[in-house]
Each structure stands twice: as structure tokens, then as C-alpha cells.
Ligand binder design. Structure first.
Ligand code: 5GP
Ligand code: MG
Length: 196
């Protein structure tokens, strides 16, 4: 696995300290939006988009000193060995969420913002349930015009338009457990794609 790495884009220490800063900012913003409820008793639901966000979310929520629920949803746009988005597939997307989200503050979390299709679709579906507020947060945002079209509230890092893995992000199901965010050697990607 280590020999497949081309370049470490963001190391684990930088990721950890950025996640702490994001958590402070999110906490402050949520506290200031709770006019009536005591600050830490806002009805707050985090909606992580599986599978790529799991490590990010696991780290982030331990720095959020707020009462919250977690509602995982599942979306896939890079099936198998693709390194470009193949269009959003909503699998079991919102089935665990209550039909009405009135009064609930939502924070949707994803690993990376690329074409923006995933967050556009997911936030459209969630808005129909009329939450009290809806914010979005991604660990990474790619330097692509489409990524900047989506008005995400919180971004961990802006990165170049490259295919990255590690810290939850996969290629063909692998590399999610790498602790840093890295690019793969082109020959590694080519080898897997040749096999189909
Ligand atoms: P979007 O819908 O914004 O095009 O894509 C978002 C989803 O595509 C992410 O949640 C992630 O699953 C996948 N994705 C986008 N860029 C990358 C990347 O560079 N590496 C990996 N592993 N997945 C990516
Ligand atoms: Mg994803």
C-alpha cells in the first residue's frame, strides 16, 4: 500500500489541527443560532455521507461539545475504479431520517466537494423536510469551477484538481485507512483500470 503512494498532499498532523479549528467554528456558529434553546440543547442532527466521510466525522464529532444525533446516509458517485464522477447514486439515502425535520438543525458532512452534484442532490432532498437550518461541511474541496458553484459552509482544505485517497477516501475500495491524504502513482491507477 505505501509503495502505491505518489505524493502526500496533506499530512495527518495538519488534518488533525484543521479539524479542531473547524469544530470550534461550527460550535460557535451553532451556539449563536440557538436563540431560544439553551446553547447545548439545540436539536442538532449530523448527516454524514458514507463511506468516504467516516474518518473525518469520527474525528470531528469528538471535538463538538454539543448534544447531537448522527444519521448516516449513503451516496456513491465514483463506483469501482473510476477516478471521475459517474453521476450521483442515492442508495438508502434518507430512509433513516424522520419525515419531518421541523425545528432540527442539520449539518451535512462529506469527504470532498468535486462536481457538487452529491451535495446539491442531498441538500435538495433534505430541504423538503423543512429543517430549522441546514449547513454543509467538507474536509476537501477541489480546485474546479464546479466545486465553487456549490455554496458549502465549511471547508477543511482547498486542494488541486487531482484524484486523492486516504483518510477515508478510496480508490476501487482500497486506501481508506491511509492516515494522510495522498495521490497515487499513475501506474497504480492504470493497472487497476486495465483489469476493468
Ligand atoms: P461530487 O458529487 O461533488 O462530484 O463528488 C463528491 C463525491 O465524489 C465525494 O463524496 C467522493 O466520494 C467522490 N470523490 C470526488 N473526488 C474524489 C477524489 O479525488 N478521490 C476519491 N477517492 N473520491 C472522490
Ligand atoms: Mg462520497
Amino acid at each position: 500500500m505505501q509503495t502505491d503512494i505518489h505524493q502526500v498532499l496533506i499530512g495527518r498532523r495538519r488534518i488533525a489541527s484543521r479539524i479542531q479549528a473547524l469544530a470550534r467554528q461550527i460550535t460557535a456558529d451553532l451556539r449563536s443560532s440557538g436563540q431560544r434553546a439553551p446553547a447545548d440543547d439545540l436539536p442538532l442532527t449530523l448527516v454524514p455521507i458514507l463511506t468516504g466521510s467516516i474518518i473525518f466525522v469520527a474525528d470531528l464529532i469528538r471535538h463538538l461539545p454539543l448534544r447531537m444525533r448522527l444519521n448516516l446516509i449513503s451516496v456513491s458517485s465514483y463506483p469501482g475504479a473510476s477516478t471521475r464522477s459517474q453521476g450521483v447514486r442515492l442508495r438508502r439515502a434518507l430512509e433513516n431520517l424522520p419525515p419531518s425535520l421541523a425545528g432540527t438543525h442539520l449539518l451535512v458532512l462529506d469527504d470532498i466537494l468535486d462536481t457538487g452534484r452529491t451535495l446539491t442532490r442531498v441538500t435538495q432532498l433534505l430541504q423538503r423536510r423543512q429543517p430549522a437550518s441546514l449547513r454543509t461541511c467538507v474536509l476537501l474541496r477541489k480546485d474546479r469551477p464546479t466545486a465553487h458553484n456549490f455554496p458549502v459552509n465549511y471547508v477543511g482544505f482547498d486542494i488541486p484538481d487531482a484524484f486523492v485517497v486516504g483518510f477515508g477516501l478510496d480508490f476501487n475500495g482500497h486506501y481508506r485507512n491511509l492516515p494522510d491524504i495522498v495521490t497515487l502513482k499513475p501506474q497504480v491507477i492504470a493497472r487497476v483500470q486495465r483489469r476493468g
